[in-house]
Design a binder for this molecule. Structure first.
Ligand code: GAR
Length: 202
């Protein structure tokens, strides 16, 4: 079975959603840039190999990216999944994995790239918010969109309430996007991702 590597930085709930899903791939490792990431403990409970590439131990971004890429390559994954990975990756790293690197982001891109997406959504007064799974390209949070899920923004919502509502959807669309990729159903043309039918649907 083909394998994927998951990169995390913290809590690891998206990673857990992947581990609990019926995936068309084996998770060969979970790698964190943060030795204290809670997700590492969760991965161990699921008997998944874990590994830390601590950015603070590297002289610069290029050195970190190189170390990270070497570690990833040792597992020979078909796909690398950023599941709450909070480091910006350099151009060479992204070029190396282009088309094989996906990210989950807590907003309906292209709205609200970057951090504090739920705060921005509440401040902007949007009525609909959500999350996006996209291919990673050199421009942060701008790559071709694979899947999105929409949630309402309701009167009285706080950042925490809204974040929880969005997170539930992240846990649904990230595994779905991984399976679409693994099943060869994603065709990228420029900025557009076409979702092809299953062979059995033809
Ligand atoms: C998730 O909401 C994810 O979308 C976000 O960080 C959170 C990680 O939670 N990622 C980004 O903001 C990346 N730009 P998790 O560790 O529980 O999966």
């Amino acid at each position: 079975m083909k394998s994927i590597v998951i990169l995390i930085s913290g809590r690891g709930s998206n990673m857990q959603a992947l581990l609990e899903s019926k995936l068309s791939a084996r998770v060969s490792a979970v790698i964190s840039n943060n030795p204290h990431a809670a997700g590492l403990k969760i991965a161990k409970k699921y008997n998944i190999e874990t590994c830390v590439v601590d950015h603070r131990m590297c002289t610069d971004r290029v050195a970190f990216d190189l170390l990270l890429a070497n570690k990833i390559d040792s597992y020979q994954p078909c796909l690398v999944v950023l599941a709450g990975f909070m480091r910006v990756l350099g151009d060479s790293f992204i070029n190396k994995y282009i088309g094989k690197l996906i990210n989950v982001h807590p907003s309906l891109l292209p709205a609200f790239p970057g951090l504090e997406t739920h705060k921005k959504a509440l401040e902007r007064g949007v009525k609909l918010h959500g999350c996006t799974v996209h291919f990673v390209t050199r421009e942060v949070d701008h790559g071709p969109i694979i899947l999105q899920a929409v949630v309402p923004v309701l009167p009285g919502d706080t950042i925490k309430i809204l974040a929880e509502r969005v997170l539930l959807q992240e846990h649904r669309i990230l595994p779905e996007a991984v399976n679409l990729f693994m099943d060869g159903r994603l065709k990228i043309s420029g900025n557009i991702v076409e979702i092809c039918q299953k062979d059995s649907d033809n």
